[in-house]
Design a protein around this ligand. Sequence first.
Ligand code: ADP
Ligand code: ZN
Length: 744
Amino acid sequence: MDYQNGQYVCEDCNLSKAVVSVAFPIAIPGLYDYKIPQKFRDIIIPGTPVLVEVKKNRTWGVAVKLKAASKFANLKEIIDIKTTHWTDSKRSLIQLYEWMANYYKCDIGRVFRSIVRKSLVSSVSKTITLYSVKECDFSTLKVSYQEIMVKLRNINSFTVKQVEKSLNIKRSSITYLYKKGFLTKTSKTVVREAKELEVEAEQNNEIKLTDEQFEAVKQLKQAFHSPDKPFLLHGITGSGKTHIYIEIALYSLKQGKGVIILVPEISLTPQTIRKFKSTLGNVIAVIHSHMSEGERRDSLQEIVSGNKRVIIGVRSAIIAPMDNVGLIIVDEEHDTSYKQSDMEPRYNARDIAVMRGYFQKSLVVLGSATPSLESYYNTIRKKYNKISLTERFGAAALPEVKIVDMAEEHRNNNWSPVSRFLLNRIQMCIENKRQVIILLNRRGFSTVLICKNCGKTCTCPNCSVNMRYHLSDYTLKCHLCGYEEKAPDVCPSCKGEQIKYKGTGIQKIEEYLKNEFPQIRILRMDQDTTRRKGAHIDILNKFANNEADILLGTQMVSKGLDFPSVSLVGVIQADISLHFPDFRAAEKTFQLLTQVAGRAGRSDNSGEVVIQTYFPEDSAILAAQNHDYESFFNSEISSRKELQYPPFGKLARIVVQGKDELKVKSTIYSIFSIAKKFCGSDFKTLGPSSAVLQKIALEYRYSLLIKSVSPSKIGSALELIRQKSLKTTKTIKVIIDVDPVNML
Ligand code: ADP
Ligand code: ZN
């Protein structure tokens, strides 16, 4: 491809645009050529959604390349196009997508699936009917209708729903008055917005930046006009990173440039959106997975039309079709939810942000209190700039962290899941009319159901894991495949009646706390209580409005919450993630603990954190206790170096999956032999072996890890593997995961 004065110029010929190569967001690999009929000749540009026929079905694809001619004969014609949906006149986005497809080894169509799905392209805008009162004499009407007219006269225009609700006027009355000519009717297109945007903007308190914040903003503004590398904003929890984001976003808008802000989990951050909204105004579009198709369509429409110049979204927002982006912010850049592990493209939105910034010359700001080792190491190598914020805003200090050794607790004959110390602190905190956050990163009631007689545990019939017991509906559930069954009264194996619930899940803690403190109000937030759309927001609103004393949750409660009256944070089983077979286990544990600890004492000096663990001497836990990122980084980075794990070596993980174990095995071994061809001193393979999760939903899983200091070598090995795997049978899945985060 070629650029002239920033405009895309056709590869083969800059005049004739007779043919277009189209990619598809569905399971059709590769590009297909189509003829452009005369009526669309000058309208189709890269990025335009086009309707075509593939294998006798009409399908929406995206114009990727324009050409003068095709090497194929008898091309079919483009049937229809959408000009307002998405375009990429400078072709810089398509260039980014091509890069993603190549880097993550998938089809380009997969990359933009989230913005060009059929249902999305075909969905239409929503219109509402507005009524207004006509200037006229209505004294001829019945008295009851006259009264209605008097009420309506005061309103400019209204929908039936509005007056039904606020004035208790019936729909039939409105229809009657309209028919008799006392009302006029118009229709208006409305934009469906995500629920998060409905919130009233926060009262606009005058924000005066602290010296540290001011300096940070100054540096970012200076770099804005010709950014040469990304910034890592390393600011401790509560240091006020949000206000820095807002200032620099405002600056970008003033320069006429758009802004993309990524957050790990949008339903958890209505507070953040409220803050942005109050300063930036009504310019925000939201993108996340809990939106309806209509809301998503309207959001994209508003972005493409230029009505909304700020996007706040989760990982998929990084590929959103916004023109002229000046600033990309990735908040909590270390968060693993930026990595899409479960489907193609298996991208990390944080890394795509850096690449988008590079292709589109926008300023990239990665923010975190606990930066990923990769990003922090990049500041040491001078690939990124670093800005540090070392103080909490206002009178707040970092909370004091106390570690409780649970082994000691058991020695002192306390076998309950909550230590006496933590119970005592909870009581004190609530007596002082403050709030508590409790974290236990494990769903369900208990981890295993075990027969005391024969030792049988209840495993999922489809997967190689124990099922978890859920108290609310007395079921055993598999958290991998969703299988569930009624919990047995007797052991299915020996018919013994003594069944024991072992291991503690979050529901058991809820029961336990309710027992200990019958008068205390508890909100539980986990996957099971937040299935319904908007459920997250409701729970957090209730907590914010002081309708509960304790917010008990899984890792969800560690993310970005800013509740001024929380002064105690308790962590049950802080070591759950510490012994995972994952080279990032220590890093993930440190991040989780530091982040959740950071929710305490954000408005004053009252913050306190209690961490319960069986490994009180572990370095990740101690570093979290001391809020000491540097020491954690230094010890962790040296072990990464020794083993050549990221950021020193590049990783790719291959998982082969299928019902026929023999076929799965033979496939992984043939992939292994391809990888071995690339062997050299800078290229290593680990495995193949059966994956940690050996079986999911009746499919056997084998994995292979490839490690190399040479990214290009890994790239070509993966390309070969991909070419081969495209030829494997449909019953065997070959998953290529570049820069993997999920090692199970
Ligand atoms: P974090 O760095 O953890 O994201 P926040 O941006 O949430 O921190 O800020 C922590 C709290 O301090 C918030 O309630 C925020 O509104 C407040 N705050 C931070 N900076 C300022 C400021 N300059 N003026 C007023 N309030 C501020
Ligand atoms: Zn299962």
